[in-house]
Design a protein around this ligand. Structure first.
Ligand code: PMP
Length: 298
Protein backbone atom coordinates (compact mmCIF):
# COMPACT_ATOMS: atom_id res chain seq x y z
CA UNK A 1 0.00 0.00 0.00
CA UNK A 2 1.34 3.42 -0.89
CA UNK A 3 -0.36 5.36 1.88
CA UNK A 4 -2.31 5.07 5.07
CA UNK A 5 -4.76 7.36 6.86
CA UNK A 6 -1.96 9.61 8.14
CA UNK A 7 0.03 9.97 4.91
CA UNK A 8 0.36 13.51 3.60
CA UNK A 9 0.88 14.51 0.00
CA UNK A 10 1.87 17.88 -1.44
CA UNK A 11 -0.90 19.24 -3.65
CA UNK A 12 -0.74 22.72 -5.19
CA UNK A 13 1.31 24.35 -2.42
CA UNK A 14 -0.55 22.63 0.45
CA UNK A 15 0.00 19.44 2.39
CA UNK A 16 -3.17 17.34 2.49
CA UNK A 17 -4.07 13.81 3.52
CA UNK A 18 -3.59 11.33 0.66
CA UNK A 19 -6.84 9.63 1.65
CA UNK A 20 -8.78 12.90 1.36
CA UNK A 21 -7.16 14.44 -1.75
CA UNK A 22 -9.44 14.63 -4.78
CA UNK A 23 -9.08 15.37 -8.46
CA UNK A 24 -11.40 16.19 -11.33
CA UNK A 25 -12.39 13.21 -13.48
CA UNK A 26 -12.54 15.49 -16.52
CA UNK A 27 -8.78 16.13 -16.36
CA UNK A 28 -6.98 15.84 -19.69
CA UNK A 29 -4.40 13.70 -17.90
CA UNK A 30 -7.00 11.11 -16.94
CA UNK A 31 -8.44 10.85 -20.45
CA UNK A 32 -5.43 11.35 -22.70
CA UNK A 33 -2.37 10.57 -20.57
CA UNK A 34 -1.39 14.23 -21.03
CA UNK A 35 0.62 14.79 -17.86
CA UNK A 36 4.25 14.60 -16.78
CA UNK A 37 5.90 12.84 -13.86
CA UNK A 38 9.20 12.03 -12.20
CA UNK A 39 10.61 9.21 -10.10
CA UNK A 40 13.14 10.19 -7.45
CA UNK A 41 14.79 8.30 -4.59
CA UNK A 42 15.73 9.51 -1.14
CA UNK A 43 18.40 7.72 0.87
CA UNK A 44 19.25 7.72 4.56
CA UNK A 45 22.87 8.89 5.03
CA UNK A 46 25.06 9.48 8.06
CA UNK A 47 24.11 13.15 7.94
CA UNK A 48 20.39 12.83 7.27
CA UNK A 49 18.25 12.22 4.24
CA UNK A 50 19.73 12.78 0.78
CA UNK A 51 17.28 13.09 -2.10
CA UNK A 52 19.54 11.85 -4.87
CA UNK A 53 20.04 14.27 -7.79
CA UNK A 54 16.89 16.11 -6.78
CA UNK A 55 17.71 19.22 -8.85
CA UNK A 56 18.34 17.13 -11.96
CA UNK A 57 14.97 15.39 -11.52
CA UNK A 58 13.04 18.65 -11.13
CA UNK A 59 14.93 20.19 -14.05
CA UNK A 60 13.84 17.21 -16.14
CA UNK A 61 10.25 17.59 -14.87
CA UNK A 62 10.22 21.24 -15.97
CA UNK A 63 11.82 20.37 -19.31
CA UNK A 64 9.30 17.55 -19.88
CA UNK A 65 6.49 20.07 -19.26
CA UNK A 66 8.00 22.59 -21.68
CA UNK A 67 8.45 19.95 -24.38
CA UNK A 68 4.74 19.06 -24.31
CA UNK A 69 3.31 22.58 -23.72
CA UNK A 70 2.26 22.05 -20.10
CA UNK A 71 2.72 25.33 -18.19
CA UNK A 72 4.28 24.56 -14.80
CA UNK A 73 4.88 27.74 -12.88
CA UNK A 74 7.13 26.41 -10.11
CA UNK A 75 10.85 26.91 -9.59
CA UNK A 76 13.14 23.94 -9.06
CA UNK A 77 13.92 25.30 -5.57
CA UNK A 78 10.22 25.42 -4.59
CA UNK A 79 9.84 21.78 -5.63
CA UNK A 80 13.03 20.78 -3.82
CA UNK A 81 11.79 22.45 -0.61
CA UNK A 82 8.34 20.88 -0.96
CA UNK A 83 9.92 17.43 -1.35
CA UNK A 84 12.15 17.80 1.69
CA UNK A 85 9.17 18.97 3.76
CA UNK A 86 7.03 16.11 2.49
CA UNK A 87 9.62 13.53 3.55
CA UNK A 88 9.98 15.16 6.94
CA UNK A 89 6.23 15.39 7.54
CA UNK A 90 5.80 11.71 6.65
CA UNK A 91 8.87 10.70 8.64
CA UNK A 92 10.39 9.06 5.56
CA UNK A 93 14.07 8.67 4.86
CA UNK A 94 14.65 5.77 2.44
CA UNK A 95 11.81 6.53 0.07
CA UNK A 96 10.64 6.83 -3.50
CA UNK A 97 9.26 10.25 -4.44
CA UNK A 98 6.68 10.65 -7.21
CA UNK A 99 5.83 14.15 -8.48
CA UNK A 100 2.98 14.29 -11.01
CA UNK A 101 1.90 17.31 -13.03
CA UNK A 102 -1.69 16.94 -14.18
CA UNK A 103 -4.01 19.08 -16.25
CA UNK A 104 -7.27 20.86 -15.66
CA UNK A 105 -10.67 19.58 -16.78
CA UNK A 106 -10.65 19.95 -20.56
CA UNK A 107 -11.98 17.43 -23.05
CA UNK A 108 -10.47 19.24 -26.04
CA UNK A 109 -7.09 18.35 -27.50
CA UNK A 110 -5.69 21.77 -26.70
CA UNK A 111 -2.93 22.98 -24.39
CA UNK A 112 -3.96 23.41 -20.74
CA UNK A 113 -4.41 26.84 -19.21
CA UNK A 114 -3.82 25.62 -15.67
CA UNK A 115 -2.18 22.61 -14.16
CA UNK A 116 -1.79 21.02 -10.75
CA UNK A 117 1.16 19.33 -9.16
CA UNK A 118 1.13 16.64 -6.54
CA UNK A 119 4.10 15.00 -4.86
CA UNK A 120 3.78 11.79 -2.90
CA UNK A 121 6.36 9.46 -1.36
CA UNK A 122 6.48 5.96 0.05
CA UNK A 123 8.98 3.32 1.12
CA UNK A 124 9.86 1.18 -1.91
CA UNK A 125 12.47 -1.55 -2.25
CA UNK A 126 14.49 -2.10 -5.47
CA UNK A 127 11.84 -1.97 -8.21
CA UNK A 128 13.13 -4.96 -10.19
CA UNK A 129 14.34 -6.86 -7.11
CA UNK A 130 17.92 -8.08 -6.82
CA UNK A 131 17.68 -11.27 -8.87
CA UNK A 132 19.41 -10.98 -12.23
CA UNK A 133 16.90 -10.36 -14.94
CA UNK A 134 15.85 -12.65 -17.75
CA UNK A 135 14.89 -10.29 -20.54
CA UNK A 136 12.56 -10.73 -23.48
CA UNK A 137 13.09 -8.61 -26.59
CA UNK A 138 9.70 -6.96 -26.96
CA UNK A 139 7.45 -7.11 -30.00
CA UNK A 140 6.63 -3.48 -29.11
CA UNK A 141 9.18 -0.86 -30.15
CA UNK A 142 9.75 2.42 -28.33
CA UNK A 143 7.63 5.23 -29.76
CA UNK A 144 9.22 6.98 -32.73
CA UNK A 145 10.78 10.31 -31.64
CA UNK A 146 8.73 12.02 -34.35
CA UNK A 147 5.51 10.66 -32.82
CA UNK A 148 6.16 11.94 -29.31
CA UNK A 149 8.82 13.75 -27.27
CA UNK A 150 10.78 10.66 -26.29
CA UNK A 151 13.06 12.60 -23.91
CA UNK A 152 10.07 13.79 -21.85
CA UNK A 153 8.66 11.69 -19.02
CA UNK A 154 5.04 11.90 -20.14
CA UNK A 155 2.31 9.77 -18.51
CA UNK A 156 0.87 8.42 -21.78
CA UNK A 157 4.24 7.09 -22.96
CA UNK A 158 4.03 4.51 -20.21
CA UNK A 159 1.27 2.55 -21.91
CA UNK A 160 4.11 1.37 -24.20
CA UNK A 161 6.14 0.37 -21.13
CA UNK A 162 3.18 -1.44 -19.54
CA UNK A 163 2.36 -3.40 -22.71
CA UNK A 164 6.00 -4.47 -23.08
CA UNK A 165 6.23 -5.51 -19.41
CA UNK A 166 3.00 -7.50 -19.56
CA UNK A 167 4.12 -9.24 -22.73
CA UNK A 168 7.51 -10.19 -21.23
CA UNK A 169 5.88 -11.57 -18.06
CA UNK A 170 3.22 -13.44 -20.08
CA UNK A 171 6.07 -15.03 -22.04
CA UNK A 172 7.68 -16.18 -18.78
CA UNK A 173 10.45 -13.55 -18.53
CA UNK A 174 11.20 -11.00 -15.81
CA UNK A 175 11.34 -7.86 -17.90
CA UNK A 176 11.21 -6.50 -21.45
CA UNK A 177 13.92 -5.00 -23.65
CA UNK A 178 12.59 -2.59 -26.25
CA UNK A 179 14.19 -1.75 -29.58
CA UNK A 180 13.67 1.56 -31.37
CA UNK A 181 11.61 1.74 -34.55
CA UNK A 182 14.74 1.02 -36.65
CA UNK A 183 15.51 -2.15 -34.70
CA UNK A 184 18.38 -0.76 -32.60
CA UNK A 185 18.62 -1.46 -28.86
CA UNK A 186 16.74 1.23 -26.95
CA UNK A 187 15.89 0.65 -23.27
CA UNK A 188 13.77 -1.21 -20.76
CA UNK A 189 10.21 -0.18 -19.85
CA UNK A 190 11.64 1.88 -16.97
CA UNK A 191 15.44 1.62 -17.14
CA UNK A 192 18.42 2.25 -19.40
CA UNK A 193 20.67 -0.49 -20.80
CA UNK A 194 24.44 -1.00 -20.58
CA UNK A 195 26.46 -4.00 -21.77
CA UNK A 196 30.09 -5.05 -21.52
CA UNK A 197 32.34 -6.55 -24.18
CA UNK A 198 36.10 -7.09 -23.81
CA UNK A 199 36.41 -4.65 -20.89
CA UNK A 200 34.50 -1.79 -22.57
CA UNK A 201 30.97 -0.65 -21.67
CA UNK A 202 28.43 0.16 -24.37
CA UNK A 203 25.11 1.97 -24.06
CA UNK A 204 22.51 3.17 -26.59
CA UNK A 205 23.07 6.83 -27.47
CA UNK A 206 20.53 9.54 -26.63
CA UNK A 207 17.89 10.28 -29.25
CA UNK A 208 15.55 7.31 -29.05
CA UNK A 209 15.54 6.80 -25.26
CA UNK A 210 14.71 8.59 -22.03
CA UNK A 211 17.89 10.40 -20.91
CA UNK A 212 18.10 8.62 -17.56
CA UNK A 213 19.58 10.40 -14.58
CA UNK A 214 20.96 7.06 -13.36
CA UNK A 215 22.47 6.52 -16.83
CA UNK A 216 24.25 9.88 -16.48
CA UNK A 217 25.42 8.88 -12.98
CA UNK A 218 26.76 5.56 -14.28
CA UNK A 219 28.67 7.47 -16.98
CA UNK A 220 30.17 9.76 -14.29
CA UNK A 221 31.12 6.81 -12.09
CA UNK A 222 32.60 4.89 -15.03
CA UNK A 223 34.80 7.87 -15.87
CA UNK A 224 35.92 8.10 -12.26
CA UNK A 225 36.74 4.37 -12.23
CA UNK A 226 38.61 4.64 -15.55
CA UNK A 227 36.10 2.45 -17.41
CA UNK A 228 35.78 3.18 -21.13
CA UNK A 229 32.18 3.71 -22.30
CA UNK A 230 30.99 3.97 -25.88
CA UNK A 231 27.57 5.35 -26.82
CA UNK A 232 26.06 4.42 -30.17
CA UNK A 233 23.44 2.51 -32.12
CA UNK A 234 23.65 -1.23 -31.54
CA UNK A 235 21.62 -4.12 -32.91
CA UNK A 236 20.42 -6.93 -30.61
CA UNK A 237 22.95 -9.27 -32.30
CA UNK A 238 25.74 -7.21 -30.70
CA UNK A 239 24.15 -7.57 -27.28
CA UNK A 240 23.85 -11.35 -27.75
CA UNK A 241 27.67 -11.52 -27.98
CA UNK A 242 28.27 -9.35 -24.89
CA UNK A 243 30.07 -10.61 -21.77
CA UNK A 244 27.54 -9.07 -19.35
CA UNK A 245 24.80 -6.45 -19.16
CA UNK A 246 22.79 -4.40 -16.70
CA UNK A 247 19.82 -2.08 -16.41
CA UNK A 248 19.90 1.15 -14.44
CA UNK A 249 17.21 3.56 -13.31
CA UNK A 250 16.12 5.47 -10.23
CA UNK A 251 13.64 2.80 -9.13
CA UNK A 252 15.67 -0.20 -10.36
CA UNK A 253 19.09 1.25 -9.34
CA UNK A 254 21.82 -0.93 -10.98
CA UNK A 255 20.63 -4.48 -11.63
CA UNK A 256 22.37 -7.30 -13.50
CA UNK A 257 20.86 -8.96 -16.57
CA UNK A 258 21.22 -12.75 -16.69
CA UNK A 259 20.01 -13.36 -20.25
CA UNK A 260 18.23 -11.92 -23.27
CA UNK A 261 15.78 -14.25 -25.03
CA UNK A 262 17.52 -17.21 -23.33
CA UNK A 263 21.04 -16.23 -24.46
CA UNK A 264 22.89 -16.25 -21.14
CA UNK A 265 25.71 -13.75 -20.56
CA UNK A 266 28.87 -15.76 -19.87
CA UNK A 267 30.70 -13.62 -17.32
CA UNK A 268 30.18 -14.25 -13.58
CA UNK A 269 28.45 -11.12 -12.18
CA UNK A 270 31.12 -10.65 -9.50
CA UNK A 271 33.75 -10.15 -12.25
CA UNK A 272 31.75 -7.68 -14.35
CA UNK A 273 31.96 -3.94 -14.83
CA UNK A 274 28.26 -3.91 -13.89
CA UNK A 275 29.07 -5.22 -10.41
CA UNK A 276 31.80 -2.57 -10.00
CA UNK A 277 29.35 0.14 -10.99
CA UNK A 278 26.56 -1.34 -8.88
CA UNK A 279 28.84 -1.13 -5.82
CA UNK A 280 30.00 2.38 -6.72
CA UNK A 281 26.39 3.50 -7.26
CA UNK A 282 25.08 2.16 -3.94
CA UNK A 283 27.98 3.81 -2.13
CA UNK A 284 27.52 7.10 -4.00
CA UNK A 285 23.79 7.50 -3.34
CA UNK A 286 24.35 7.05 0.39
CA UNK A 287 27.19 9.57 0.61
CA UNK A 288 25.85 12.53 2.51
CA UNK A 289 25.68 15.95 0.85
CA UNK A 290 28.15 17.12 3.50
CA UNK A 291 30.70 14.46 2.55
CA UNK A 292 30.20 15.28 -1.11
CA UNK A 293 30.91 18.95 -0.54
CA UNK A 294 34.15 18.22 1.30
CA UNK A 295 35.61 15.72 -1.17
CA UNK A 296 36.68 16.14 -4.75
CA UNK A 297 34.61 13.11 -5.73
CA UNK A 298 31.91 13.76 -8.32
N1 PMP B 1 13.95 4.74 -19.41
C1 PMP B 1 12.64 4.79 -19.08
C2 PMP B 1 11.63 4.51 -20.14
C3 PMP B 1 12.25 5.12 -17.76
O1 PMP B 1 10.96 5.17 -17.43
C4 PMP B 1 13.25 5.36 -16.79
C5 PMP B 1 12.85 5.68 -15.38
N2 PMP B 1 12.64 7.05 -15.20
C6 PMP B 1 14.60 5.30 -17.19
C7 PMP B 1 14.91 4.99 -18.50
C8 PMP B 1 15.69 5.62 -16.20
O2 PMP B 1 15.65 6.97 -15.88
P1 PMP B 1 16.18 7.53 -14.49
O3 PMP B 1 17.54 6.97 -14.31
O4 PMP B 1 16.20 8.99 -14.65
O5 PMP B 1 15.25 7.05 -13.44
Amino acid sequence: MYYNNNTLIYLDKKFVKASEATTDLYSQTMHYGYGVFEGIRAYATKNGTRVFKIKEHYERLKRSCELVNIPLDYSVQTLVDATNMLLEKNNLSDAYVRPLVFCDPNMALTRPKEVSIMICAWEWGAYLGDKHLRLNVSSYCRPHPRSIKIEAKVCGHYVNSILATNEAKDNGYDEALLLDSDGYLAEGPGANLFFEKDGVLFTPQLGNILPGITRATVLELAEKLGVEVQQGLYKPEVLALADSAFYCGTAAEVIGIASVDDTVFPKAWTDTLGKKLQDAYSEFVRQSEKTLRTTTAL
